[in-house]
Unconditional design. Sequence first.
Length: 218
Amino acid sequence: MIGRLFGSLSQKVPSFLYRASLMMKPQVVFVLGGPGAGKGTQCSKIVENYNYTHLSAGDLLRAERAREGSEFGQLISNYIKEGKIVPVEITINLLKKAMEETMGKDEKKFRFLIDGFPRNEDNLQGWNTAMDGKADVKFVLFFDCSNEVCINRCLERGKSSGRTDDNRESLEKRIQTYLQSTRPIIELYEKHGKVRTVDASRSVDEVFADVKTILGVE
Ligand code: UDP
Ligand code: MG
């Protein structure tokens, strides 16, 4: 009797631990594309329809910039206005904290859309160093559209967004950064067959129809 009980327990415990460890490991989709490609808009729609948590690196940086007592406020402010990419130590800490907080509240919330990251080599290295073995990157969701569409959308958004970087001067720098630093990261993932590309120049609903097809099969 005792032997049987013990036997069934010892079988159950490891499988429970195994399942728990699988459950706990964050499953990540990186969401990339030019400024104004629609990353944030599409992420909101994904969150409405799927069990994902949306973490925008840009939003996290803007919140840190605004946080009273932050030692990085001024630095973040300058980088954003100049369309430059903030040193990864800052961004990765914000992302890690947000992921831990989400999963700490609800362990079933282990699927993340990480929007606007990794944007350059430094970001990618920082992620690999901090998250090696701790999270699985499923794929990169790439919203592809021309620079012209990106610029026009951001200028339109700039009328009401209040963002310090939705103006022509900052936008030109952001596009440069995107072409020089972010595109090579997307190409790197492409070589590993990890990019799902969507034509983002169309309407929100048309783009989302493609997104659903991609998420449906993953
Ligand atoms: N940014 C950064 N590192 C990141 C994400 C954003 O330094 O990982 C900064 C960068 O200056 C960028 C700005 O935040 O130009 C705005 O990023 P966001 O993703 O909000 O802009 P979007 O591409 O969505 O228009
Ligand atoms: Mg955004």
